[in-house]
Design a protein around this ligand. Structure first.
Ligand SMILES: [Zn+2]
Length: 251
């Protein structure tokens, strides 16, 4: 992948510098700093697909709505009711421990025809520092929890906070999962003004966008009817992820 190419480039540049033998220390330091900057951006930017393939857009003439970090006891049912009213199918990347805590809500997501994907069991902020084994363990625990409740074997994965690295890439490849990113980050966990959030999403959406939202946020519930009305009035279609990306969400 690209990570390998950049790592090889660093080694080649160091060897070339040693051969030429001019101000070796400074030049090597510059290459190393540049390398670290590129790798750091790669870790946090899903659209770079730096360590692994990540689907960030669809080729269809429709957008895909995704909700992360649920099920939430209050906001997920409210979001489900709004989606039902507008007859829209979305994708929910669920956290395993919450799925176990709110099995009825998880089941109602499925019953209403939405798709669920794996967002790890713990959703730990330390996920980026996990070993390959720990990453696999956390992903498998989420899949087991959801399978125990719904009977579905999830094949779609979204990394917490969009962080990827060589360990996560190895684990996802071993488990044969498809990683879903986004091209529109709503920032609904940070923006506090409904108007600003609505405007941001509206301005960033293009054909085939995958939109990242969170079903644990009150503001997301508040702007959703306005957003779906805007889609309706402007002929913006919202596709189910399986149709939008022509893939199977379950094994
Ligand atoms: Zn998350």
């Amino acid at each position: 992948m690209k990570f390998k190419a950049v790592s090889i480039a660093l080694v080649v540049l160091i060897i070339l510098t040693l051969i030429i033998d001019i101000q070796i220390f400074i030049v090597i330091s510059i290459w190393i700093i540049l390398y670290l900057i590129i790798v750091s951006v790669g870790v946090f930017n899903v659209q770079w697909q730096f360590f692994m393939p990540i689907i960030c857009t669809s080729e269809q003439d429709a957008i895909i709505l995704t909700f992360d970090d649920g099920p939430h006891p209050v906001f997920t049912p409210q979001i489900l009711a709004i989606l039902k009213e507008f007859n829209i199918k979305a994708t929910f990347f669920v956290i395993g421990r919450l799925a176990k805590q709110y099995p009825d809500i998880l089941q109602s997501i499925i019953n209403q025809g939405h798709v669920i994907g794996n967002h790890t069991y713990q959703h730990s902020h330390r996920f980026g520092f996990y070993s390959t084994y720990a990453v696999k363990d956390d992903i498998l625990a989420c899949n087991a929890a959801v399978r125990g409740i719904t009977g579905r074997q999830m094949q779609l994965f979204r990394p917490p906070v969009g962080v990827t690295n060589p360990n996560i890439a190895k684990a996802v490849t071993h488990l044969n999962l498809k990683t879903i990113g986004w091209d529109v980050r709503s920032l609904d966990t940070r923006i506090t003004s409904q108007e600003r959030l609505f405007k941001r999403i509206k301005s960033k959406i293009t054909n085939g966008s995958i939109v990242l939202l969170h079903d644990r946020q009150k503001i997301t519930v508040e702007i959703l009817p306005k957003l779906l009305t805007y889609f309706n009035e402007n002929g913006i279609k919202v596709a189910n992820i399986e149709e939008g990306l022509t893939l199977n969400a379950y094994a």
